[in-house]
Design a protein around this ligand. Structure first.
Ligand code: DGL
Length: 272
């Protein structure tokens, strides 16, 4: 038995952890942020895959039976290879799940016009994962995407509320809206972006819905554990959370409070 591992390149996955913990408080969680090597969004496919695999191995070594890649970039670029190539050899009974599939399964239902916008990192947009996955479940949907390479660095450095930070965010949101006048919903396809959800809501037309992934991923995990009782039994249940970061722990503990409404005491981990 072990905790559920939650991985992100940095702090973004904490937005997912918050919703997962609220929905499934009985389980133990081990969060790993690769802050020393964030952001992942502008890195190549091979590098994101290599870094993500190192993180997954670390979480497995620390007892996790199930790991959630709470990072869209890692889900887009590394999940499939890890599931198909690495897991069967490395840990056939363990599981790694991502955040793109649960979101794309239900997004079609949330849009009336069936024109869906996606804001994400460069890596996620380039992978085209959102368009491919949304069209599997909603073939009639049109997906328009816009990459926001500056948002993760802005958010990680707590600059997203500054005048300049807001101006960058606004410019990207307007660039997405300009791609199709019928767009009625925008998916925040990066786990860092819920931090700026309220600001985005304040600058888009009233009828445009902003969709964050946390609650969707939490519901999907609850459903997964319901359907996979053997895995569920292997998830320990003392209601604890531990945090690992590949960067400075004091900085992590301080910044984590922007994403998570609780006191954080992280431990350092070396990856790679
Ligand atoms: N939170 C990650 C995601 O969902 C950010 C990726 C990055 O580090 O650029 O894509």
């Amino acid at each position: 038995m072990g905790p559920i591992g939650i991985f992100d390149s940095g702090y973004g996955g904490l937005t997912i952890l918050a919703d997962i913990q609220a929905r499934l408080p009985q389980y133990d969680y081990l969060y790993l942020g690769d802050n020393a090597r964030a952001p992942y969004g502008t890195r190549s496919f091979d590098v994101v895959y290599e870094f993500t695999l190192q993180a997954v191995k670390e979480l497995f070594d620390r007892g996790c039976e199930l790991v959630i890649l709470a990072c869209n970039t890692a889900s887009a670029k590394a999940l499939r290879s890890i599931q198909q190539k690495d897991l069967p050899l490395m840990a056939p009974n363990k599981r790694v799940l991502g955040v793109i599939r649960p979101s794309t399964e239900i997004i079609g239902e949330l849009s009336e016009s069936k024109v869906i916008g996606v804001l994400a990192t460069q890596g996620t947009v380039k992978s085209n994962s959102y368009e491919i996955e949304i069209n599997k479940f909603s073939p009639e949907a049109k997906v328009v995407q816009h990459a926001c390479p500056l948002w993760v660095p802005l958010i990680e450095n707590n600059e997203h509320t500054s005048t300049d930070g807001k101006a960058f965010i606004k410019k990207d949101v307007e660039a997405l809206l300009a791609k199709d006048p019928n767009l009625d919903s925008i998916v925040l396809g990066c786990t860092h972006y819920p931090v700026v959800k309220e600001y985005i809501e304040s600058i888009v037309p009233k009828d445009v819905k902003i969709i964050a992934q946390g609650k969707i991923v939490a519901e999907s995990l609850a459903d997964y554990l319901d359907r996979h009782s053997k895995m569920e039994e292997r998830c320990s249940k003392k209601g604890t959370i531990r945090f690992l970061t590949s960067e400075n722990t004091e900085e992590f503990d301080e910044n984590a409070s922007v994403y998570l409404d609780q006191k954080v005491r992280s431990e350092h981990v070396s990856l790679g």
